[in-house]
Design a protein around this ligand. Sequence first.
Ligand code: SF4
Length: 379
Amino acid sequence: MKSAYIHIPFCEHICHYCDFNKYFIQSQPVGEYLNALEQEMINTIAKTGQPDLKTIFIGGGTPTSLSEEQLKKLMDTIIRVLKPSSALSEFAVEANPDDLSAGKLKILKEAGVNRLSFGVQTFEDDLLEKIGRVHKQKDVFASFERAREIGFDNISLDLMFGLPGQTLKHLDHSLNTALSLDAEHYSVYSLIVEPKTVFYNLMQKGRLHLPPQEQEAEMYEMVMSRMEAHGIHQYEISNFAKAGMESKHNLTYWSNEEYFGFGAGAHGYISGTRTVNVGPVKHYIDLIAEKGFPYRDTHEVTIEEQIEEEMFLGLRKTAGVSKKRFAEKYGRSLDELFPSVLKDLAEKGLIHNSESAVCLTHQGKLLGNEVFGAFLGEL
Ligand code: SF4
């Protein structure tokens, strides 16, 4: 069974840290884009056969920046073309607290959406302004309450730390506020300054003042301990959930399973081939019209690459990489393929290498990139 990711590349505003594929929604050909998206789904399924999907995730951009009419059209397309069955266990949508009307929530609910992921980032209004978000703390409370009233019982709050000017006290307040809402899931990522963002330009000019590295590590420690104290267990480096409420869609990625990627800039992984769609909206629409498929790049993943991906994706999970599953999938044992890397990382205290799995230690979570990098190029 496969998953599907659907990308809506439109936003009402552009955040200072964002390097996703997104465009100001005003003046964009949204109607044409939704038609092209439908055509991409139809053409893909004609090639692969009708999939029985286990998860669908609509991300962006901001899916909820679509008008009610456009959102309804998107939902109708998904139901008509992807034909979700009773096997679909998760249908998730990313939502912005400032544009989540009751009307949009009802459209999502009626279409079968059963999980919302709110882009909150922080509960400090002045920090929100600094990072280019337009919503305020009160908008999160209001839209969260509306979503609950309409019956959404699986909500993720997405937070960030390491923001310019953010202190441990700010983070403490944000975490307490987020936890007081009693959401089912929390994603908490550190800010990474990516090229072609407002923050990157400010950094180049020496005008971006980020918390020092040691403080960022303290912030991550605070996130982990606070979640644990509230019984919200960490199941991935940056993700925390109540028991049974983990993101099934994201677990597909971390378990290196296959998924469709529909929409401008979306990535897919089907039948051993990774695909990358073109990003610009007009280019995407034109390619669908001309060729039926919007690929910028397709790459058949070699077995060595699959194994590397299995390691650096799987190690993100608290459960780590299961040795049994690995051996069933690749016909070789992990210990046989990576004897020196496993020994070295275990000696440095970065991984636990037990009989059943390899997983990160507490220290390994802090130095994740060092661990993931150790498996690259080893085969
Ligand atoms: S962070 Fe989200 S809302 Fe902000 S610009 Fe990026 S995609 Fe749009």
